[in-house]
Design a protein. Structure first.
Length: 258
């Protein structure tokens, strides 16, 4: 029986780890072929090897427009086409407005927001002459409900939210068969959250206390799993969401309503 992504070819930024890696695994399981774009090249190569003939890896610094064009070309060269782009790459280093430096702010904006802008720009160029194209951007609940210690991150993800809607409107107005949708993860237990846990431990909390603190912000009182975010990305990448564009899907355990 064909998979839900049979015939799709996806370029996934940040594909070596976290939500991006979970999406890559889910996509291949559902019949897609994937290109993992990441600055963690060795990690991306290992995952591509694990996924087999349906996966490739490519060096991708999302701040570099030329590398985006090269990554899209690599997908077409490897698999004959490109139908889907997932913008998952991102960083998060907690800091309040008093603690954050301008360099820290600019780095976060460059990777999270400018990187997604360049990903969308490359995707539109690659997909606009095709059929059934999809762009899926990984935002965050912090792009809707700001956090005091996430000044730069909240700003970057709020930008991703509005960017996604603008791109969706443009594609529709131009008659491009490209849908642009966004997922809003809560605290998903990835390497990024492990960094927060380590920071909490360094300040004297136990690992369980830090995890419980994150869980308490969610109505379901737990952290999310990368696979749960990947399932949401899968929906927006599949033809099941063919009447969805400019959409927002919270994968947040009820954080935004808690």
């Amino acid at each position: 029986m064909p998979g839900r992504l049979e015939g799709k070819v996806a370029l996934i930024s940040g594909g070596a780890s976290g939500i991006g890696a979970a999406a890559a695994k889910r996509f291949v399981a559902e019949g897609a072929r994937v290109v993992l774009g990441d600055v963690q090249t060795e990690k991306a190569e290992r995952l591509a090897a694990e996924l087999g003939a349906s996966a490739r890896s490519v060096a991708l610094d999302v701040r570099d427009e030329r590398q985006w064009a090269d990554a899209a070309a690599a997908a077409r060269s490897a698999f004959g086409s490109l139908t889907t782009v997932v913008n998952s790459a991102g960083i998060s280093v907690p800091a309040t407005i008093e603690d954050a430096t301008l360099d820290h702010f600019r780095q976060t904006i460059a990777i999270n927001l400018e990187g997604t802008f360049l990903g969308c720009k490359a995707a539109v160029a690659a997909l606009k002459d095709g059929k059934g194209g999809a762009i899926v951007n990984v935002c965050s609940t912090l792009g809707v409900k700001a956090g005091a210690v996430f000044t730069a991150y909240s700003a970057s993800k709020g930008g991703v939210r509005m960017l996604s809607k603008a791109v969706a409107l443009h594609c529709a107005a131009q008659g491009y068969d490209i849908r642009v949708n966004t997922i809003f993860p809560g605290a998903i237990h990835t390497e990024m959250v492990e960094g927060y846990i380590a920071a909490g431990e360094a300040q004297g909390a136990t690992r369980d206390q830090v995890i419980e603190g994150f869980a308490a912000a969610h109505a379901l009182k737990r952290l999310g799993r990368p696979q749960e975010a990947a399932d949401a990305i899968l929906f927006y990448a599949s033809d099941e969401s063919s009447f969805c564009t400019g959409g927002e899907l919270a994968v947040d355990g009820g954080l935004l309503i808690a």
